[in-house]
Write a protein that binds this ligand. Structure first.
Ligand SMILES: [Zn+2]
Length: 630
């Protein structure tokens, strides 16, 4: 067994169209010969995330994230280098098992792989506990809740026994230390340091799968008759670990991905049981966030697969709060709207289309459950037909948000009451793009009979008051890496052409000393020496070799902005001669300066002055000869 050779890495990288790979995680829009998207690594309203298929590079000009397909998987999915390579290899039917698991020096599994092994072991342990003698109470609880055997198997539901160290004990003979369990979030160290105990006890266990399939964490629900020492909370989730980020993972997403993609619609429910109950009733495109908070990361992940996101919320208080949060989030998403001409059209407004600068539109809807009922109640009362009819009646989020805000108004309420009801919409309105705010105003004008200009000025005033009361948090201004520095266009052009066609570096016409910008000089120098050795560096590898971080960022920026040239040879030699010319002019300038200095200190006719004058004339002569040749 040896490490994976660079050739193999290159082959895997080149065999994977980067736009296909990234397109599976976020929606991409074609822009010339490249693709654009809203960056998945930072919140933004206009797309600054670029994918350049020719160079095999992604780069965000907002936050600076960038690299090749492997880097994308590592950064977006939190994978190790080897795990990302395995994904590429699987797509191309290449078998990497004859190579060491870790490329380079680290023998043995990465922390992430260890986590996965531990989680897999735990999932099996909980699985058999549910099906064994320990699981009697849990089995009857699940039966009571009407969960079918098929659903239990599909979702790999298990049970954590009502003991302090059931998992810790079972793990030891399998070679997992208590520390391994702690790192996977499955065990907790006692405060006095005397030992470890299981995090999940006397709970029904729901393994949470990452998008790619492996178990990344767990959710546990206590039994109705659980001992208070074990039932610390009704629901307990694994803490975030390197492979488990609750803000990114959705329960049921892995199982539902196919159905979501084929129906282009996803139901966002509140919990494990909702997802499972819907699933066993044939509705297989439901997911749930872990806990109640829905993040922008979740919505970003979903809109890559669905055109319609339906929030299914209980009508109780917690559900209401979740819905408000979703509304807040939606306001931010709607703030991404960039095509007001499409958005203000009335019918589009009713449909709650959210156009994201041509990135496709997603409809956000809210499905209200009858008062005091949850998904399970509705399914019991009216089966899947009732769910489907409620789904048909789901309101657009915009309308729903407005209705929720003004629903409490008594008939004949005065303008002051109406305006104060609008106050609850302020978070959404404040976060929304002007064009979305206009949609709200149109809707409110229609519902409340308050003239649009009054709404506009009142809301502006309220927002201003709010801003004074609570100073806005920093708007997370994205950091610009290489882009801030003023760089020479000419040098940038030359570097971009070299990246586009590295063979140009072998011409000899180009040397790194022609470049004054130290970052560009480092890039060019590395390219020339690689080319001299016959090594063709992928821009991502080139970037990794840079010692200057701004050079590393610049490589990716240049590669992302690369576009096909009409006649790169001609453009490159033109660029070279301009660089030469610039170099010569600078030399002339410095000689003139020196000459001036020497004349002042040593006299007009000193030997040093004469030597410099000769040098200057030689340069002038050279320039004239070149100009004549052109
Ligand atoms: Zn970004």
């Amino acid at each position: 067994m040896g490490r994976i050779p660079d050739d193999m890495v290159n082959q895997l990288r080149e065999g994977t169209p980067i736009e296909d790979l990234i397109g599976e995680y976020i929606p991409l829009r074609k822009a010339g010969s490249a693709f654009k998207a809203l960056c998945p690594f930072h919140d933004e309203k206009t797309p600054s995330f670029n994918v350049n298929p020719r160079m095999g590079i992604f780069k965000c000009f907002g936050c600076g994230a960038g690299g090749d397909a492997i880097k994308f998987l590592m950064q977006h999915e939190g994978m190790s280098f080897r795990e990302a390579l395995d994904i590429l290899a699987n797509r191309q039917g290449v078998d990497l098992s004859r190579y060491e698991t870790e490329v380079g020096d680290a023998p043995g599994p990465s922390a992430r792989e260890k986590n996965q092994e531990v989680n897999l072991f735990a999932a099996r342990f909980y699985w058999s506990a549910l099906r064994g003698g320990d699981g009697n109470r849990a089995r009857s609880y699940l039966k009571e809740r009407g969960i079918s055997q098929e659903a239990l198997d599909t979702f790999r539901v298990g049970f954590a026994p009502a003991r302090w160290d059931a998992l810790c004990q079972a793990a030891r003979p399998k070679g997992f230390s208590p520390r391994d369990l702690v790192e996977a979030g499955l065990a907790i160290q006692r405060e006095d340091g005397s030992g470890y105990y299981d995090r999940f006890r006397d709970r029904v266990m729901f393994p949470i799968l990452g998008a790619e399939g492996p178990t990344v964490g767990f959710g546990g629900r206590s039994l109705p008759d659980s001992d208070a020492r074990h039932a610390t909370a009704k629901y307990v989730n694994s803490p975030d670990t390197p492979s488990f980020k609750k803000g990114r993972v959705l329960y049921g997403f892995h199982q539902g991905r196919e159905a979501i993609r084929s129906e282009r619609r996803v139901l966002v429910t509140e919990g494990y049981f909702d997802v499972i109950a819907l699933w066993q009733n044939g509705i297989r495109n439901a997911v749930a966030p872990l806990g109640t908070a829905l993040t922008a990361g979740h919505l970003r992940a979903l809109r890559a697969h669905a055109d319609e996101i339906v929030f299914v919320f209980d009508s109780d208080k917690a559900g209401q709060a979740a819905s408000e949060r979703a509304g807040d989030m939606a306001g931010r998403l709607m703030g991404l709207a960039g095509a007001p001409d499409r958005l203000v059209a009335g019918d589009v407004l009713r449909e709650n289309f959210i156009d994201r600068k041509g990135l496709g539109a997603v409809r956000l809807k809210v499905m209200d459950l009858p008062d005091g009922e949850d998904v399970d109640d509705v399914l019991r009362a009216g089966g899947v037909d009732l769910i489907r009819s409620l789904l048909d009646k789901a309101e657009g989020l915009l309308e729903h948000t407005v209705n929720a805000a003004i629903g409490g108004l008594v008939p004949g309420a005065g303008q002051a009451d109406k305006l104060s009801a609008i106050r609850s919409l302020l978070p959404v309105l404040g976060a929304s793009h002007q064009s979305v705010r206009e949609q709200y105003f149109t809707l409110l004008e229609d519902r409340l009979g308050i003239p649009y200009p009054t709404l506009d000025s009142s809301v502006r005033r309220m927002l201003a008051e709010n801003a004074r009361e609570a100073p806005r948090r920093d708007s997370m201004a994205p950091q610009l890496l290489g882009g801030r520095v003023e760089r020479s266009r000419l040098e940038m052009d030359a570097a971009r052409m070299l990246l586009s066609r590295p063979a140009l570096a072998a011409r000899g016409a180009v040397t790194d000393s022609m470049f004054l910008d130290s970052a560009i000089r480092e890039i060019i120098g590395a390219m020339i020496s690689a080319e001299a050795k016959g090594v063709r560096l992928h821009p991502s590898d080139l970037s990794d070799r840079m010692t200057d971080p701004s050079a590393a960022a610049l490589v990716l920026e240049l590669a992302a902005a690369e576009a096909p040239y009409e006649d790169i040879e001609a453009e490159f030699s033109d660029c070279m001669s301009r660089l030469h010319e610039r170099l010569r002019r600078r030399r002339e300038e410095s000689i003139l300066k020196e000459l001036e200095e020497v004349r002042r200190t040593e006299g007009e006719d000193s030997p040093a002055a004469r030597r410099l004058l000769e040098k200057k004339n030689a340069l002038l002569h050279e320039r004239q000869k070149d100009a004549a040749a052109r």
